[in-house]
Design a protein around this ligand. Structure first.
Ligand code: FE2
Length: 272
């Protein structure tokens, strides 16, 4: 096996850097989170604290914030190296697009210093002109990965937007927990529909490092197994995240035929 190949699950979206966002509050909490992620089988972790895109235009404020994250991340990385030498830890950010023209020139804003950037729409809403925003980021030479498309308000009615974002140059990252209803029934059905259309590029945890929150990688695996999608699961959790770390575009993930549940079909008959 060469270093180009990997069988380790990669996680591109997590909030583990202590005391910089709404994720881990302390180093201890972050290390407990890593321990649970490792137990679930995750071997490559990109930490992605929240940052607002508007901040990328204020070099002084951005410098202060990134210096804080640097310090906290270094402490975490040192402990992870010592306690979990099998884990590869990378840094990045989750950039909330509160302005349409983020400046990604600082490599610390990008995933593992590559051309990939993890972005999200503000306040889990879909703002106007989203396709142009994606196009602008892509034309600046970056590869936007849109975090949890299944979670945005109204996406169920506007699923074609997700296709438009992909055509404009975005890749889509769905959360592991979405397949078991962790974010509600709409997010669950949108996550399935995105798989049916072959529009999902990555699965990640979006883990916020709190003891009461679950790690849902294995729940997601059960879902894919039940729908005969283990090939897709491997691409979404191992191959494609590994390719991000190597700054390579994802491999295509074949559409997954997901049959409706018995009761869903039943309801349709009665309605129809
Ligand atoms: Fe997140």
């Amino acid at each position: 096996m060469t270093s180009e190949e990997t069988t380790r699950v990669g996680d591109l979206h997590s909030h583990l850097v202590p005391a910089v966002d709404d994720g881990a509050r302390t180093l201890e909490e972050a290390l407990e989170a890593v321990e649970r992620m490792v137990a679930a089988g995750i071997g490559q972790i990109v930490t992605t604290p929240h940052v607002n895109a508007s901040l990328t235009h204020d070099s002084s404020l951005l410098g202060t914030l990134l210096a804080e994250v640097d310090e906290s991340w270094q402490e975490l990385a040192e402990q992870v190296r010592e306690r979990f030498p099998e884990v590869e830890l990378f840094r990045g950010h989750e950039v909330m697009l509160d302005v349409p023209d983020p400046d990604f020139s600082d490599a610390r804003l990008r995933l593992a210093g590559t051309s990939f950037v993890l972005v999200e729409w503000p306040r889990l809403q879909i703002p106007p002109r989203t396709t142009q925003v994606i196009e602008r980021i892509a034309s600046a030479g970056y590869r936007p990965i849109l975090a949890h498309p299944e979670r945005y308000a109204g996406i169920k009615r506007e699923l074609d937007s997700a296709g438009a974002w992909r055509s404009a140059g975005a890749y889509l990252q769905v959360n592991h927990g979405s397949f078991i209803g962790r974010y509600g029934p709409d997010a669950r059905s949108v996550a399935s529909e995105l798989l049916i259309r072959g529009w999902v590029d990555y699965l990640s945890s979006d883990f916020h490092a709190r003891a009461h929150l679950g790690i849902h990688l294995r729940d997601a695996e059960d879902f894919f197994t039940a729908h005969d999608g283990l090939e897709q699961f491997q691409l979404l959790t191992v191959t494609n995240p590994g390719r991000v770390i190597r700054d390579q575009p994802p491999l295509p993930v074949a559409p997954m035929p997901i049959s409706e549940g018995f009761w869903d079909g039943f309801k349709k008959i009665f309605k129809g």
